[in-house]
Design a binder for this molecule. Structure first.
Ligand code: 13P
Length: 287
């Protein structure tokens, strides 16, 4: 059964670890992440961007697939199904489709409008037992058409949004979606510490988890980050393993063209990186 992400992230803050949000794109992605979470006895958040939701034919399909998979794979660890960088309309669609968690990304609106819309969606989500994430500042780079300038969040604005009753908060601290450029300055820990000071035990979310060095991940967790989003890295592992399979000519041998064989190395690639991240984030055996 799906659960909201509130409880698992509260526990993560108390236990000084983070729960991974891994974005899904299709059946293979979902199955790989759910099985890895179960094998490692780790809570997990399945992230769905609006683009990926559309690709999978809509949020109802996603919700039905995830619910059925949890049952048929006998997944017993806590799993949240979460809309990633949701628009106002997207949030309502996911609430209706049976998601257990939503993110309203109002970071591109003036702060007053972000507050107004977040307030409304907090009520909607909580009335139905869903968790809700909000965003202040913006995550740099691009993810499925969501482009951010990468500004550092203003701690006072974080406090204002936190006070609306959101369950966890994404604050831009120099993090970027996709691969980090060579000249990346790193995470702004001073900003993170100031935000933490003002929002207390509210779980903080680190987007752009791909390619952040391990020591920075650990420091971020020590400063209150309890949810870390990873998307691109799963795609890169899938791509690399698939490329190897084809370059070695395995698709040309016997029934190597069977999609279940062709996609198997990429599937294993996702499992490998998800396990590595769960170990790094400290969520293994925390289900
Ligand atoms: P990456 O693609 O950089 O891992 O970021 C994922 C993310 O933040 C999803 O919201």
């Amino acid at each position: 059964m799906l659960v909201s992400a509130t409880e698992m992230l509260k526990k993560a803050v108390e236990g000084h670890y983070a729960v991974g949000q891994f974005n899904i794109n299709n059946l293979e992605w979902t199955k790989a992440i759910l099985l890895t979470a179960q094998e490692n006895n780790s809570p997990v958040i399945l992230g769905v961007s609006e683009g990926a939701g559309k690709y999978m034919t809509g949020y109802k399909t996603v919700s039905a697939m995830v619910n059925a998979m949890i049952e048929e794979l006998n997944i017993t660890v806590p799993v949240a199904l979460h809309l990633d960088h949701g628009s106002y309309a997207g949030c309502y669609k996911c609430v209706k489709a049976g998601f257990s968690s939503i993110m309203f990304d109002g970071s591109h609106f003036p702060i007053e409008e972000n507050i107004e819309k977040t307030t409304e969606l907090v009520h909607v989500a909580h009335n139905l037992g869903l968790s809700i994430e909000a965003e202040v500042g913006s995550i740099g780079g691009e993810e499925d058409g969501v482009v951010g300038a990468g500004e550092i969040a203003d701690p006072e604005e974080c406090k204002k949004i936190a006070d609306l009753g959101v369950d966890f908060l994404a604050a831009g601290i120099g993090n970027i979606h996709g691969k980090y450029p060579e000249n990346w300055k790193g995470l702004d820990f001073d900003a993170l510490a100031k935000i933490k000071e003002l929002v207390g035990d509210l779980p903080l979310v680190l987007h752009g988890g791909t390619g952040i060095p391990e020591d920075m991940i650990k420091k971020a967790i020590s400063l209150g980050v309890a949810k870390i989003n990873v998307n691109t890295e799963c795609q890169l592992y899938f791509q690399e393993a698939t490329r190897k399979y084809i370059e070695e000519g395995k698709d040309l041998q016997g029934k190597g063209f069977d999609p279940r064989k062709l996609l198997a190395p990429g599937f294993e690639g996702i499992k490998t990186i998800v396990k590595e991240k769960m170990e790094l984030f400290g969520s293994v055996n925390k289900a």
